[in-house]
Design a protein around this ligand. Structure first.
Ligand code: HEM
Length: 184
């Protein structure tokens, strides 16, 4: 059994990782972002989030069509279980967080006045989920989906922290060649 991920999987892993960490950072800083740059920050956040969602779809397709390297049997049983659990949670959340952000933005009653243009270059579309609803109903869905986006983003933050701590433990405390598995 191969003990390394393929080049394509490694590229996708690190692109998605960087995109998610940058977007968590930007999102968590919204409340502290000055008024004159908040619009640009939110637009960049949406552009990066949609890009991450595209990369995540490619990653899920890779995962469905390839057998990943097995978790080393030298890891203790609880570590193997926990790592499977965190990986499963991460796969779910990396889809759910950007998708709920997109839904939240699509339910915005002023969406039509603020077209979504990725990185100010690529015109993008909203999901037609609130078509035909009144402004009050749109507000309701916008708040609800915003709550879902925030809550899932916090769980993702915790899962990413656990994932990084686990990798560092194996690499530096247990002296396994852990990071090399996800490198070229
Ligand atoms: C990598 C994917 C993403 C991550 C990790 C992420 C993370 C976050 C975080 C942490 C917040 C702040 C939550 C809070 O404290 O209230 C946030 C807010 C937000 N996100 Fe995302 N997000 C992602 C993708 C998206 C996408 C794809 C969109 C829309 C197309 C989006 C739209 C928004 C909006 C509109 C807000 C609220 C901004 C405001 O305060 O008005 N996000 N996101």
């Amino acid at each position: 059994m191969n003990d390394k991920y393929t080049k394509g999987a490694v590229v996708l892993h690190w692109l998605v990782a960087i995109g998610i960490i940058v977007n968590l950072w930007i999102g968590l800083r919204f409340d502290y972002t000055p008024e004159d740059s908040i619009r640009a920050a939110i637009n960049f956040h949406k552009s990066l989030g949609i890009t991450v969602l595209g990369l995540v779809i490619l990653r899920v397709l890779w995962r469905l069509t390839h057998v990943p390297p097995a978790i080393p049997t030298t890891y203790q049983a609880w570590e193997q279980k926990l790592s499977r659990l965190v990986h499963g949670l991460l796969y779910g959340l990396i889809v759910l967080v950007p998708f709920s952000g997109w839904l939240h933005d699509s339910a915005w009653k002023d969406a039509a006045k603020h077209p979504l243009v990725l990185f100010d270059v690529v015109p993008w579309f909203r999901l037609p989920i609130v078509n035909g609803l009144t402004d009050a109903q749109k507000d309701h869905w916008h708040d609800l989906l915003g709550g879902l986006h925030t809550a899932t983003a916090y769980v993702l933050l915790a899962a990413v922290a656990l994932h990084i701590l686990g990798a560092l433990k194996h690499q530096f405390l247990d002296k396994h060649r852990e990071l090399q598995r996800m490198w070229f």
